[in-house]
Design a protein around this ligand. Structure first.
Ligand code: SF4
Length: 343
């Protein structure tokens, strides 16, 4: 679905950062070694328009899930601002934030770990109703819960069963029902299909697509799978070591990726259907530790196009097309990560 670029965002993220401090161990205190800080998310900004799906892609450990949780204040941001429907979410009191969570929900990656094994489906899915006072009586809560359980493809007969009695796909449907029962407007979908078999993934993706249309939802969809992001998203933000390095309409970014990291990331899925696709060199090496991020451009330790400036100066994000931005010193040279040698 395309969205007018001038539509006001439902959600705005401005300069959001999240830093974790590691506690100082005794040895650190004795040697005077300073406390270690991990900047998991660094100065991230973007907006999501009503009804839009913003894909957020990057390797495992790049900070995508932390960003999703910081937006919902499940992990308190260190700095920056999140505005939702005109309200500064980052300035809300705990009670106000609790009320706001009725409108902003999350679907977790691991459906089993996120469901209380000692609670029935009716109790798990119905919990937000009691938290937010959305049902006047237990009977009404049960009716609302039954309706949403059916909407996600389960049966009312499932209401009194426990999570271990379901398959992985069914458990994820329970997690989706729990997120939707309070009729939110915005959902962070945090790798909701990554733990599922491929055949089940397709069913859950279709379900999320249908629910978005029927319920007028807006998603931040987090995934490390560029095929999933390409299928679902209207726009995509590419994240590397806590920073968004490229952002734009999904067709534009996939057909004409401007950042060397995006180009390399796409080499992992040569079957992605995009015009002019060439197999690029694959990324080598691991994501550097966020405990000791490289200076300059954080991608320089793995970038085939890195030059001297990349090692000491961080690039800033620049506009490279309509609604398309990227952060790289060599954008204007129109270079591409080299093609892979034929096997
Ligand atoms: Fe590569 Fe340099 Fe661009 Fe970073 S700034 S992506 S190291 S070319």
């Amino acid at each position: 679905m395309s969205h007018a670029p001038d539509t006001a965002p439902l959600l705005s993220v401005e300069g959001l950062s999240k830093t974790y401090r590691s506690g100082r161990r005794l040895a650190d205190r004795l040697t005077g070694r300073p406390e270690t800080q991990v900047r998991a998310v660094n100065n991230v900004s973007f907006g999501i328009r009503p009804g839009e799906i913003m894909g957020l892609i990057g390797e495992s450990g790049c900070g995508k899930s932390t960003l999703g949780r910081a937006i919902l204040r499940l992990h308190e941001p260190t700095s920056g601002r999140v505005t939702f429907g005109g309200t500064d979410v980052t300035a809300l009191s705990d009670d106000e934030m609790k009320a706001m969570r009725r409108r902003m929900q999350i679907i977790f990656q691991d459906p089993y770990a996120s469901l209380n094994p000692r609670r029935t489906v009716a109790e798990i899915v119905g919990l937000p109703l009691s938290l937010h006072g959305l049902a006047k009586t237990p009977a009404e809560a049960r009716d609302i819960t039954a309706a949403i359980v059916e909407k996600v493809g389960l049966k009312t007969a499932h209401l009194d069963r426990y999570p271990h009695q379901f398959s992985g796909g069914q458990r994820q449907r329970i997690g989706i029902a729990r997120a939707l029962v309070s009729h939110p407007e915005f959902i962070v979908c945090d790798e909701p299909v990554s733990a599922l078999d491929v055949s089940i993934q397709a069913q859950i993706i279709q379900l999320l697509t249908d629910l978005k249309r029927e319920m007028g939802l807006t998603y931040l969809f987090i995934s490390h799978d560029i095929s999933v992001i390409g299928y679902l998203s209207d726009r995509v933000a590419v994240m590397y070591l806590g920073e968004v390095v490229e952002l734009g309409p999904v067709e534009t970014v996939l057909s004409n990726p401007r950042h060397p990291y995006t180009q390399s990331l796409m080499s992992a899925v040569p079957e992605v259907d995009r015009p002019g696709h060439k197999a690029r060199v694959r990324l080598t090496g691991d994501l550097p530790s966020p405990l000791a991020p490289p200076p300059g451009c954080k991608f320089h330790t793995r970038c085939p196009l890195a030059t001297e400036i990349c090692r000491h100066k961080a690039p800033v994000s620049e506009t490279v097309g309509a609604g398309h931005t990227a952060a790289c010193h060599r954008l204007h040279e129109n270079l591409s990560v080299p093609e892979a040698e034929p096997a």
